[in-house]
Design a binder for this molecule. Structure first.
Ligand code: ASP
Length: 347
């Protein structure tokens, strides 16, 4: 790894989240604060021999308030500054970080530079904060190059505590652990210990050398439908007929299994026939959908439900938004849901 010459140029995009929050003296609730406050708390940033610039959301937001317009804002900022910087660090709340990472991975087609998303569990002003370390390491990862001087990371990734994860393979696993993220179906891209050790085989390399192509349109007419034992026919019918819904991530049991009773299968088939794209994604945190394993999975496939294989829920829902956002018809969306676009799924 070569992190020295010449001075890497990194753009920090500060969107908000706990990392930059401070306590409201009256209500004691955490609220977002501006970038200068954040950086004042990490004087070590100035010790890095990098040229760092920043832009920030105005106002910075808690990531529970993130929406597709915000993703577009981040993607647009990266496109606008793509040639001028070697890498990008996005400071973001942890709550919806995996959704943003997944959305950006689809929006930034032919990405060849690092987009490293990080945040923290404790605000950067707190004595025991994890924010300082996460920010410094994210900057170092964004600046890292290989022996040929190419960026080591050429994809959207989440840096958190001891690991660098592929963004569209990540899930927030803990509300209070410093190692808050995990990628349950894909190895880490790097381990952060005394050194930053990259797993070269795990790093994504786009098969295309074409220039960055940014597509920010996202269609919000998608939803999750999580099965549970005892879900009534009435509930299922109601959920499947939400007006204007084009895509549903059906969160099934185990290896992609669902009830086999006739009314369940009929309601699913009718929705598919109406043109709704239904993707089968397991509720399990590890492993994927194997619809031929049990009759209970087979019946979904027979009803026209597409297998999500080992995709995360976050990547599945944002991929549907992205593909419908391109204005593609349902049949084409179905076809692409079965393809690997940028390392989000193992086929
Ligand atoms: N609620 C915060 C957010 O997602 C939590 C965090 O940053 O960890 O913005």
């Amino acid at each position: 790894m070569n992190t020295s010459t010449p001075r890497p140029k990194i753009l920090i995009i500060y969107t908000g989240g706990t990392i930059g929050m401070i306590e409201n003296p009256v209500t004691h609730a955490l609220q977002p604060f501006d970038f200068s406050h954040l950086i004042d708390n990490v004087p070590k940033v100035k010790k890095l021999a990098y040229d760092i610039d920043h832009i920030q959301f105005d106002p910075p937001i808690d990531s529970s308030n993130m929406n597709p317009q915000h993703w577009a804002q981040i993607a647009q900022a990266i496109e606008d500054h793509y040639d001028a910087f070697d890498g990008f660090v996005v400071l973001h709340g942890t709550d919806t970080m995996a959704f943003t990472a997944s959305a950006l991975s689809f929006m930034l087609e032919n990405l060849h530079k690092p987009v490293i998303i990080t945040g923290s569990q404790l605000p950067i002003g707190e004595v025991r904060t994890d924010g300082e370390e996460n920010l410094i390491t994210a900057l170092q990862v964004a600046a890292a190059t290989d022996a040929q001087g190419e960026p080591m990371v050429q994809e959207v990734a989440i840096l958190f505590e001891n690991y660098l994860w592929r963004g569209n393979r990540s899930t927030k696993m803990s509300a209070d652990n410093f190692n808050a993220f995990s990628s349950n179906n894909y190895p880490e891209l790097a381990r952060i210990g005394l050194d930053i050790t990259f797993e070269r085989k795990a790093l994504y390399r786009s098969p295309s050398r074409r220039p960055l192509k940014v597509r920010t349109a996202m269609d919000p007419h998608v939803m999750f439908l999580e099965l549970h034992p005892g879900m009534t026919e009435e509930t299922l019918r109601h959920l499947l007929s939400v007006p204007h819904i084009k895509g549903i991530v059906l969160k099934t049991y185990g290896a992609g299994n669902a009830p086999t009773d006739a009314s369940f299968t009929r309601l699913i088939r009718e929705a598919v026939e109406r043109g709704v794209v239904i993707l089968n994604v397991t509720q399990c945190v590890n492993g994927g959908v194997h619809t031929t394993l049990y009759e209970t999975g087979n019946s979904l496939a027979a009803a026209g439900v597409v297998s999500g294989h080992d995709i995360t829920s976050e990547a599945a829902i944002t991929k549907l938004m992205y593909l419908f956002g391109m204005g593609l018809p349902a049949e084409t969306v179905k076809k692409y849901m079965g393809c690997d676009l940028c390392g989000e799924v193992t086929l």
